[in-house]
Design a protein around this ligand. Structure first.
Ligand code: PMP
Length: 447
């Protein structure tokens, strides 16, 4: 396979034709595909046809491409304030790191249970009871290498070609990309400022068809920070029961809320049997690089998730799982401390952003993103982000990266130090003359 790719030039990162001569590529079984039929692919033509069609419908993440450009500028010696990635500026706590080292010293470096080590699944069940009032059995939990993989597996396990999946828009780019990658039909429901960025159950109702299989919720939401209200969640749950839908509830920001108690979609009547909770350690425990996530699934779905694990990553690193137990046990420590810190930054950063000509930003209720309406700057969010990055050294993401309804917005992460956030707004103010001439700032702020 390797030699084959080398011959095609793909190893050098070139996008092009994968095959220069007829015949089946080494290592490929003969089959009905164009490859196996010995068709000729000429370099530079028939671009991408050699790849599975799903590759043309999947997409990357705006955050990662802005990050790449920001890194390039840094290499050139520029100072960049990184507000593009959804990554806490905290690290895993010392007790968690110690536990990882201890686990390694104890020889916990083996293949282990496919669904995750029993001790972690048991601790997760207790954690979800204490922090989310969910009563789930450890047998219903499958550990995955990251919440994104959890989402990927859940959609792979559930979505057949042509199945419709409702998802929030603007939303985490993985929702749309993975639905499409699985051959599903992605049906967005809007989180609009007109509706306080809440899902509109009437819109959802209107979009349910006999082909609707599942609905994705994400509260608190990325990129907006909306915490779905009880009334909205209750209505979504009723619709799910009425239309026999599965709900994939991405709860990765559940612990990062600024007031109130978190209510999981799984806790509404009739939802236990049809909800898959997707979560992980990246945000709540500032463990992005550990790649640890999990799915809580109804019993019939669990073997399917295990099957996908067996066919892909086999099991999540054993010593990481033991260390994760320590993170979960620390209910009152690291996470609430981090959230208190975020709360202070949220107040300050949103207040400061609203001082920038043409910027309008409401206080997010959860997560750590400021979702800023920049329509009044008179320039596009893309142009604005370009100016911010290239001229001010502030990396942020144009809202369209999260779906077309995000076109007039920019997402800034405030998971950065208070000093960085202050400096970022100062830099933005300094370059704001670039759009001030076109700014028609509305007297009354409507988000
Ligand atoms: N879901 C949402 C809503 C997210 O914002 C993210 C990360 N940005 C993920 C899933 C992926 O999390 P992980 O790092 O655990 O894969």
């Amino acid at each position: 396979m390797k030699a084959w790719f080398r011959r095609s030039g793909l190893e050098n990162g070139k996008v092009g034709i994968l095959r220069t001569a007829g015949g089946t590529p080494p290592g490929q079984p003969a089959g009905p595909s164009d490859f196996a039929q010995g068709r000729r692919w000429r370099y530079g033509e028939e671009l991408m046809r050699a790849l599975a069609s799903r590759m043309s419908v999947m997409s990357g993440e705006g955050a990662l491409s802005v990050f790449a450009r920001a890194k390039e500028l840094e290499k050139q010696g520029r100072s960049i304030i990184h507000l593009e990635l959804g990554e806490p500026d905290f690290h895993s706590s010392a007790t968690v790191n110690e536990a990882a080292k201890r686990a390694l010293d104890e020889g916990k470096d083996r293949y282990c249970a496919v669904a995750g080590v029993p001790a972690l699944r048991e601790e997760l069940a207790v954690y979800l009871r204490d922090t989310r009032n969910l009563h789930v059995s450890p047998e219903n939990i499958v550990i995955a290498p990251g919440c994104k993989v959890a989402l990927f597996m859940a959609l792979m396990a559930l979505v057949d070609a042509g199945d419709e999946v409702l998802y929030p828009q603007p939303g985490f780019p993985g929702f749309l990309s993975i639905i499409l990658g699985m051959g599903g039909v992605a049906v967005p429901f809007e989180l609009s400022g007109r509706n306080h960025f809440q899902p509109d159950p009437e819109e959802i109702t209107a979009k349910i068809t006999p082909r609707t299989k599942a609905l994705i919720t994400n509260s608190p939401s990325n990129p907006i920070g909306t915490v779905y209200t009880d009334a909205v969640q209750r209505r979504i749950a009723e619709l799910a029961v009425e239309h026999d839908l599965l709900v994939l509830s991405d709860e990765i920001y559940a612990r990062i809320i600024y007031g109130g108690k978190y209510v999981s979609m799984m806790s509404y009547p009739g939802m236990e049997e049809r909800t898959l909770v997707l979560d992980g350690f990246s945000k709540s425990f500032a463990m992005t690089g550990w790649r640890l996530g999990y799915v809580v699934a109804p019993p019939p779905v669990v073997p399917a998730l295990e099957m996908l694990a067996i066919n892909s990553y086999t099991c999540v690193s054993e010593f990481l799982q033991y260390a994760a137990i320590e993170a979960l046990k620390d209910r009152e420590g690291a996470t609430p401390r981090m959230v208190r810190e975020f709360a202070g930054r949220r107040a300050q950063f949103v207040r400061d952003l609203n001082r920038v000509p043409g910027f309008r930003c409401a206080l997010p209720e959860g997560a750590f993103y400021a979702w800023v309406n920049v329509a009044d700057t008179g320039i596009s969010a893309e142009e604005l982000c370009r100016i911010l990055l290239e001229e001010a050294g502030v990396a942020a993401i144009p809202g369209a990266a999260f779906g077309p309804s995000g076109a007039e917005f920019v997402r800034f992460s405030f998971a950065s130090s208070t000093a960085n956030l202050k400096e970022a707004v100062e830099r933005i103010l300094r370059v704001s003359k670039a759009w001030q001439s076109t700014t028609a700032r509305s007297a009354e702020k409507v988000y």
